[in-house]
Ligand binder design. Sequence first.
Ligand code: ZN
Ligand code: ZN
Length: 146
Amino acid sequence: MTSERTGGCQCGAVRYRFRRETFGVWACHCTECQKQSGSAFGLSMPFLKSELEVTGETASFRRPTESGSFTTCTYCPSCGSRLFHISDRNPAGGVLKAGTLDDTSDLVPIAHLWTSKKQPWVVLADGVPQFETQPDDLSILRELIR
Ligand SMILES: [Zn+2]
Ligand SMILES: [Zn+2]
């Protein structure tokens, strides 16, 4: 059954509605996510463009990725909150920056990426898949979300 989650940027100028059957997040400990979030790791929630409805003006910039592709990073031009990323390799969808959801109380990572760059004080739960870098094919992670 489809359910809906809502979210938006820090100042409220950009809002979104996100509809799908199952929601899941992975944590990425890479230095790009540390830089982007200004924190220890990023939380990524995969979406298809058809599932996400955004209102308000957004801005974006593009950056090269490890794999030699590019990612378009969308953010609020008023407050700078990063909202989602869409890779040129998979333009049908992307990853939502899950900390922008209105309700973040149930976000438990299904996997950890780039543990080779992880802050040493971040302790990971047993039994959760870990990748020293990231899987070549991120659909492996999407399969873990049920
Ligand atoms: Zn904003
Ligand atoms: Zn990352």
